[in-house]
Write a protein that binds this ligand. Sequence first.
Ligand code: NAP
Ligand code: ZN
Length: 347
Amino acid sequence: MLASKGYAAQNAETPLAPWSFERRDLGPNDIQIEIKFCGICHSDIHQARNEWGNSLYPMVPGHEIVGVVSAVGSNVKKFKVGDLAGVGCMVDSCHECNSCKAGEEQYCDRGATVFTYNGKDQNGNLTFGGYSNNIVVTESFALSISPKLQLAAVAPLLCAGITTYSPLRHWGAGPGKKVGIVGLGGLGHMGLKFSRAFGAHTTLFTTSPSKVEDARKLGADEVVISKDPSQMAQVSGSFDFILDCVSAEHDINSYLNLLRRDGTLCLVGVPEKPFAIHAFSVIAGRKSLSGSMIGGIRETQEMLDFCAEHNIVCDIEMTTYDKVNEAFERVVNGDVKYRFVLDAASL
Ligand code: NAP
Ligand code: ZN
């Protein structure tokens, strides 16, 4: 077994604290990564605090992982020792069903997607995430990282990046399309960057007047304060696609009203409580309400390569493990520009 150290939640109420644990031995198809950086996703907080009601403890959160390959199994072809590698939200799936074969392992038809933490592997053992110094992962679920980009700022691409890239691609964000991004957080700021990079006219919706200037700097063509009914009314019925990246309770009827005929509102944010939707919000204008979960491994590699080519990374604030609980509070309060990244050297 591989000795690991990290930070874990032992239950939903107590703060994260240092924890030592073991990972599986390196198998023939596995690589071992010495973790350098891990992003703090709002999903880490939802799950550490059992806000989705499905948490397994002890929990080592973290699914925005980058580091250096420190060992490779005998069958490994894609990586060698010393390469940069990343791990996102999944570490395995059935590999055989239609969704897995289509490269959409996050939607595995057999429900066999193994999540990086708060999941169980094929042997029924708990998985532990990236708030730690190392990880063992099958090479087919590890991503290649270009040395061209700042490594710490690449980490959040593994979740915030792919979760926004995938739906924007799926619904054809591009020239001639009007796209709205709701919430300027970790996901939202990447959604904004990708929508602009794809050539769509992009409007950022925020509840925080203090973020308006940043949103423009990040590439928004327009910024709307969503709490201001007159600003919302001005853009009514005009969007082809809206990506909702909000982590807390809010009214999605007001965003459905902003879609033009046949437009789509896609949820990627996962608030704790269910939404209330008025039928008129979707029947008037034949609108679609949809959702999207991360993205497949093939598309994640495509996204990373796109970022290397177009010099796109996340806007990050570096932090250390002794401040991880403080960082959680700041994320909940919307006080981060725009993603915290934990430095594994501080473990
Ligand atoms: P984050 O950095 O905390 O950003 C969330 C943003 O939502 C905030 O910056 C804020 O933006 C807005 N917001 C917060 N509270 C709000 C409220 N009460 N009303 C309206 N807006 C509010 O979180 P994140 O890491 O980007 O994650 C966002 C959500 O996506 C989380 O629920 C997370 O679990 C989920 N997620 C889903 C997937 C997936 O596969 N679908 C993957 C990763 C994460 P403004 O200040 O600009 O209003
Ligand atoms: Zn995430």
